[in-house]
Design a protein around this ligand. Structure first.
Ligand code: 3PG
Ligand code: MG
Length: 425
């Protein structure tokens, strides 16, 4: 019920703000349409363990099938650090996607991605057919800035198609051959570069929250990647009413306040930055909430979900030989209270080591508070999405982003290459 209500509430404004051509803005009938998806899904023993990104790609693929396009899908998978290998092949994705679409998805297993196999398969396609190319990173130069090999790859990808659709929100922050550079070659031959429904939905939710939030707007940031996350604070402080900090990054703030933080995670180079942000919050008259207590242990759990002995201390009283690993119960209550009064909430990053049941309490408390509010609740991808899924709150949120790094860069106010490469309306 709650979910339905939320979806209804957002119906009118969901597709606002993106002045880019979409799959609704061109006639795909009989056209060869290259679609960049983010099928970078977690795999264990060749089995997909989280299908969120595949499910999220279906609306655009189904629309193009219904339009009678020849649908050529591509994606990266993993980092491909040691060159092409079967473990990072997209074969399992093709099989699962085929089941979900209820039709054949022909997989082009060739490590060359755009080679003869792909060219022949495309030439043999009928309208409404779907093929999936091999992992784009098997061509190597996806990873780096456009350079000769990357350019060549982009040109070859474009040669397979008439039009291009970017629906890979999770990869939209990468200026890669298959995400952005390919558009140049599609344009050169008069084709259309559009965004898909997933891109539209992500930008509508994240964009509305940041640029046009129903207030009060509460932003919650956590996670261990201190340096990565700190940059988003500057932007969100200006946009939100209350900024809540938890997770590993909170300790750098506590240290900036002059507290002893023991062995807790810290980014010493960012202490001055934290001081600036504390001052900025005061100047802008924004609430900046930091932990008032913390759950501590003698060290990081090993294995990560193994048993661990913990205690709770006030945030200004962490013993020198102890490490803070979760927000404490008083902090959890404080944060939940702040969420209760919000109309818009954006959350990126867990409050503690949520993979461990003993250290998941802070993250659960925040997830619960979000699940119980009628506010628009938006979860950044990556760890926060994993936490919400793992804890069973996924269907209680208004929107869970499929992009970790991408949603973070978006919240930092950066332009995403995968978005701006598409044609303007
Ligand atoms: C992700 O999962 O972060 C996206 O698929 C992008 O992958 P990348 O971080 O390896 O570029
Ligand atoms: Mg990433």
């Amino acid at each position: 019920m709650r979910k339905l209500r939320k979806e209804k509430k957002h119906k009118e404004d969901r597709f606002m703000s993106l002045n880019k051509k979409s799959v609704d803005d061109f006639n795909a009938k009989g056209r060869r349409v290259l679609v960049r998806c983010d099928f970078n899904v977690p795999l264990k023993d060749g089995k997909i363990t989280d299908e969120t990104r595949i499910n999220a790609a279906l609306p655009t693929i189904n629309k193009l099938i219904a339009d009678g396009a020849k649908v050529i899908l591509c994606s990266h998978l993993g980092k491909v650090k040691e060159g092409p290998n079967e473990k990072e092949s997209l074969a399992p994705v093709a099989a699962r996607l085929s089941e979900k679409l209820g039709k054949e998805v022909k997989f082009i297993a060739d490590y060359n991605v755009t080679g003869e196999d792909a060219t022949n398969a495309v030439a043999a396609m009928n309208d409404g057919d779907v093929i999936l190319l091999q992992n784009t990173r098997f061509r190597g130069k996806e990873e780096t800035k456009p350079q000769e090999a990357g350019e060549k790859f982009a040109e070859e990808l474009a040669a397979l198609a008439d039009d291009y659709v970017c629906d890979a929100f999770g990869s939209a922050h990468r200026a890669h051959a298959s995400v952005a550079v390919v558009t140049k070659y599609i344009s050169a031959k008069g084709g259309t570069n559009a965004v898909g429904y997933l891109m539209q939905k992500e930008i509508a939710f994240l964009g509305n929250a940041v640029e046009n939030p129903v207030r009060p707007f509460v932003a919650i940031l956590g996670g261990a990647k201190v340096a990565d996350k700190l940059n988003v604070i500057n932007n969100l402080l200006e946009k939100c009413d209350t900024l809540i900090i938890g997770g590993g990054m909170a300790f750098t703030f506590l240290k900036a306040q002059g507290y002893e933080i023991g062995k807790s995670l810290v980014d010493d180079e960012k202490i001055d930055y934290c001081k600036e942000m504390i001052a900025k919050a005061e100047k802008l008259n924004k609430k900046l909430l930091l932990p008032i207590d913390t759950t501590i242990a003698a060290g990081f759990p090993d294995p990560i979900d193994g048993p661990i002995e913990v205690s709770v201390v006030d945030a200004n009283a962490i013993p020198a030989d102890m490490e803070g690993l979760d927000i404490g119960p008083k902090t959890a209550e404080l944060y939940a209270e702040a969420v209760k009064s919000a109309k818009t909430v954006v959350w990126n990053g867990p409050m503690g080591v949520f993979e461990n049941p003993t250290l998941a309490k802070g993250t659960i408390a925040v997830a619960k508070a979000l699940a119980e509010t009628d506010a628009t609740t938006i979860i950044g991808g990556g760890d926060s999405a994993a936490a919400v899924n793992q804890l069973g709150f996924a269907d209680k949120m208004s929107h869970i982003s499929t992009g970790g790094g991408a949603s973070l860069e978006f919240l930092e106010g950066k332009e995403l290459p995968g978005v701006y490469a598409a044609d303007d309306k």
